[in-house]
Design a protein around this ligand. Structure first.
Ligand SMILES: [Zn+2]
Ligand SMILES: [Zn+2]
Length: 275
């Protein structure tokens, strides 16, 4: 079994309206590539901040700029006009757990991907609102990132923790702490294991400046030792990015001793042999 669950039907770019991308023809383009790549389990997880319902959770200027689409129309489209699994990429915003729960509870997801792109008001992975150069050391940013990730798992809101070391995205020495990075991963791994949440292996990092799968090999080995279920995705934003460099991910999974991957239906998880 191969999965690709963390998939977007459109790029994170202006002029990508729902009416042009949430169409049966576009979904079919993704399904065709998935079939060519042997990916049987295909699902979407659009960014929550593209939907106006996101503003009930958080009113950051970045979200206000993007939040325009109707969340229920998205869910209805996926359920009624496609055979894709229905997911959502729901940012974790500390202190807003109740509001996140309200948005999630009203819809029948197959899975919810938790992600952290911001620490307080500052962004880890965009040039706008960037946390980098805003006065905090890489050590402090990394520590806060993994502590917040632990908190997201303990919230119980999520089925999958997405791109679990996104903080490394820029891949340069200025924005990474020195030495063995396992000290940062530890609190997160412990929280994932306690919460029983699945953790994503994502090939998206291979398309980013860091040029490395999320999570790093050492981190993945810690996750395996802790018994965390693993989910496999590409975080594709176009059909061409579906299953991006999965052969590299499968090699990493094999070397780390991962034999099964997580499969979801209506927020119930089971494990299937990987490959
Ligand atoms: Zn993301
Ligand atoms: Zn994503």
């Amino acid at each position: 079994m191969l999965t690709d669950y963390h998939v977007h039907l459109r790029p994170d770019e202006p002029d990508t309206p729902a009416e042009r991308h949430f169409t049966p023809a576009n979904a079919e383009r993704y399904r065709t590539v998935a079939e060519e790549q042997g990916i049987a389990e295909l699902g979407v997880a659009e960014h929550i901040y593209r939907f106006s319902a996101a503003l009930d959770v958080w009113d950051h200027p970045f979200w206000r700029q993007w939040a325009s689409d109707d969340l229920d129309a998205y869910c209805g489209f996926i359920r009624e006009e496609t055979d894709l699994k229905l997911g959502i990429e729901m940012d974790f915003v500390p202190g807003r757990e109740d509001r996140i729960a309200n948005v999630l509870e009203e819809r029948d997801w197959d899975y919810v991907v938790g992600s952290i792109h911001f620490l307080r008001d500052l962004s880890l992975d965009t040039h706008e609102h960037s946390i980098w150069g805003a006065g905090e050391s890489p050590d402090r940013v990394w520590r806060r990132y993994f502590e917040t990730l632990a908190e997201s798992a303990r919230s119980g809101l999520y089925d999958i923790i997405g791109h679990p070391d996104l903080v490394k995205v820029w891949g340069d020495r200025v924005r990474a702490p020195e030495g063995d990075l396992r000290r940062y991963y530890e609190p997160a791994v412990e929280a994932f294991a306690d919460a029983g949440v699945a953790v994503e292996v994502s090939t998206a990092g291979l398309r980013k400046p860091v040029g490395e799968i999320y999570p790093s090999r050492a981190y993945l080995e810690m996750l395996v030792d802790a018994g965390c279920p693993i989910a496999l995705s590409s975080d594709a934003h176009t059909p061409e990015q579906l299953g991006f460099r999965y052969e590299q991910a499968l090699e990493l999974l094999d070397e780390a001793g991962v034999r099964e991957i997580a499969v979801f239906e209506r927020r119930a998880r089971r494990l299937e042999p990987v490959g």
